[in-house]
Design a binder for this molecule. Sequence first.
Ligand SMILES: [Zn+2]
Length: 165
Amino acid sequence: MDKQYRDQFSQIWRDSCRRVYVKETITNLILDYWFWITKYETSIERKEEPTNQVYIKEKIDASMGKIRKLLKELYWRERLYVSGIGGTITRDDIHRARTFDFSRLISFSNNKCLCPFHNDTVPSMVYNHKRNTVRCFSCNKTWDTIDFVMEKEGLTFPQAVKRLI
Ligand SMILES: [Zn+2]
């Protein structure tokens, strides 16, 4: 194996180890979170000292904070890890797909359009130029170009990226 492949392999290996670790940690943190939630409820029922409840609430917030951070990391790693038919998608491909001109996917009038995901009669989908995303105030959901194509055309993430680049 030449050096380039060795480096690539070790990168993939490290990444997959980290993903396993992150998933396990999230599971443990969720258990931790429920443990403290139960404690909190008991403490309220028993009318324990408020300082004790403050302490428990800090524990709850701390585990939720860690869960959020790890979920974000996992989401990011999962998205980079996908491979589609005909090869792996690079970070650059994802960037190009995300910056695909939204008006080529749906036409806007004054940055607004009818939402294709619900039975819309008054335009409730708004285009965010800065982020290149659309938001429907009726569905209460935001889509970037990739999410949009995935949902509209029923594609997987790699398929949607390939469709946009
Ligand atoms: Zn909608």
